[in-house]
Design a protein around this ligand. Structure first.
Ligand code: BG6
Length: 454
């Protein structure tokens, strides 16, 4: 058996730990049979080790990982991680591979980083932080500077589980291992790209966080811009931390709001009462703890341009909404039509469309072929394949990188700052009310007139 990795979970008593992090750990341990992990949970609650062990057991059960329980050692320590003395006590004497996971709200994570000093940290310690990373470019930079004072960049893991989604990773194979696609992957042949992640879920009791964030920050600023970066990046020399992350950062540096005009390139809306899958949802503003005065959007859409030689002129439209009926979750690549169709070949010859579903994994390609009835009439044919679910949950994929000290699937500091820089003009325009806040009924597909390219 390998030596145990130590996973210190700040905020071990919280929802994130039990709902996402611990199930991910369970799944990882099931797939990696020679891994053992020492979990040191910390929180301000008066919990006992037995209570945390019970939470670990229940979390593992949600992913059928009970068989891995004997490879995890659990301890709980009461600690206020915003206090230097508590941190020191907690981290003292830890050695080997140690990862500190901040499963706490961003304000607490920032305060904990303030209270932490490099000499408290075990040699080579990894720091994993959840989104949102800062609240704007300046605060993200300040947090980055703080982290730089603690550990080298390669030991900082800014978690974005969309980078661990199998569809995002499948893009690498689709793009770089197919001569059929690779030479066509540019503005010369591609007309537009859509990345959409609509959800049936509504607020799910998360007003405390969500009402201050909204769909743009919750999904586009973070997750969907990362997916855009993987769709648009130059081919990296290796699929390794340095090459991959530099390639995605370069895309983000080149990305701007389309036409530099958020009033014509961004849209926002929030849901009113309706029903999703037969269950009634109240209007967003009537959800518990929502402040209607904030004008928080639950559906955001924005079009961007990647201003480089490969992509200039191609709109990338990103969209995500809550309480959507029949939600779409896919990357849609629309190819240009051929320049000329010979006279005599009848029917529409619109460009091919490649769709990569963002779970469950599925790929499809729409092409024009001759129909069976009349061989000179074009018909639209869809070739498709189900790829099955990824082996690991996206969170487990990212956690595996953290425990292996491989930051490839975590967001590099400069990229986190760029993502704020990219959406800032939209946030400013929305705050100034330059873009109307529209409404859509829960369970609908959103405002019908939006120019979504999907
Ligand atoms: C989270 C957002 O980061 O991602 C949620 O905060 C969203 O609002 C979720 O529902 C979507 O990701 P997944 O993988 O759970 O569908």
């Amino acid at each position: 058996m390998d030596a145990a990795t130590t996973l210190v979970v700040f905020g071990a008593t919280g929802d994130l730990a039990s709902r996402l992090l611990l199930p991910a750990l369970g799944q990882l341990l099931v797939t990696e049979q020679d891994r053992t992990v020492r979990v040191i949970g910390a929180g301000i609650e008066e919990w006992t080790t037995d209570r945390l062990a019970e939470v670990v057991r229940a979390s593992f059960a949600t992913v059928d990982a009970e068989s891995a329980l004997d490879r995890v050692d659990v301890e709980y320590h009461r600690a206020d991680i915003t206090k230097a003395a508590d941190l020191k006590r907690l981290l003292k004497g830890l050695d080997g591979q140690v990862a500190l996971y901040f499963a706490v709200p961003p304000a607490i994570a920032a305060r904990a980083c303030e209270a932490m000093t490099a000499d408290m940290l075990p040699e080579g310690a990894m720091l994993a932080l959840e989104k949102p990373f800062g609240t704007d470019e300046a605060s993200a930079r300040a947090l980055n500077e703080r982290l730089e004072a603690l550990v080298p960049e390669t030991q900082v893991f800014r978690v974005d589980h969309f980078l661990g989604k199998s569809t995002t990773l499948n893009l690498l194979g689709a793009r770089f291992a197919n001569r059929l696609l690779q030479p066509l992957w540019s503005a010369d042949s591609i007309e537009s790209v859509g990345i959409v992640y609509d959800e049936k879920l509504g607020l799910e009791g998360r007003a405390g966080y969500y009402d201050g964030a909204g769909a743009l920050v919750d999904m586009i600023q973070s997750h969907l811009l990362q997916v855009l970066a993987v769709v648009a990046m130059e081919q990296p020399a290796t699929i390794g931390e340095a090459d991959f992350r530099e390639a995605t950062s370069a895309v983000l540096r080149a990305t701007r709001v389309w036409d530099d005009d958020p009033t014509t390139s961004s849209w926002r809306a929030r849901y009113t009462a309706g029903s999703v899958d037969g269950s009634d949802k109240p209007s967003y503003v009537d959800e518990p703890d929502v402040d209607p005065q904030r004008g928080t959007e639950t559906l955001a859409q924005a079009t961007f341009e990647v201003r480089n030689a490969r992509w200039a002129g191609v709109p990338f439209t990103l969209r995500s909404g809550k309480a959507i009926g029949d939600p779409a979750r896919e990357i849609v690549v629309r190819f240009r039509a051929v320049r000329h169709v010979p006279e005599g070949l009848r029917g529409s010859a619109e460009g091919a469309v490649l769709r990569l579903s963002l779970g469950p994994d599925r790929v499809s390609l729409e092409l024009n072929l001759n129909g069976a009835d009349d061989p000179l009439v074009l018909e639209r044919v869809t070739l498709s394949a189900d790829l099955g679910a990824g082996q690991l949950l996206a969170y487990a994929e990212v956690l595996s990188g953290i425990l292996d000290a491989d930051p490839m699937l975590s967001v590099r500091g400069d990229a986190a700052e760029q993502c704020w820089r990219i959406v800032q003009p939209i946030l400013d325009a929305w705050r100034a009310d330059e873009v109307p806040l529209e409404e859509y009924a829960a369970g609908s597909t959103g405002p019908p007139h939006w120019p979504y390219v999907g």
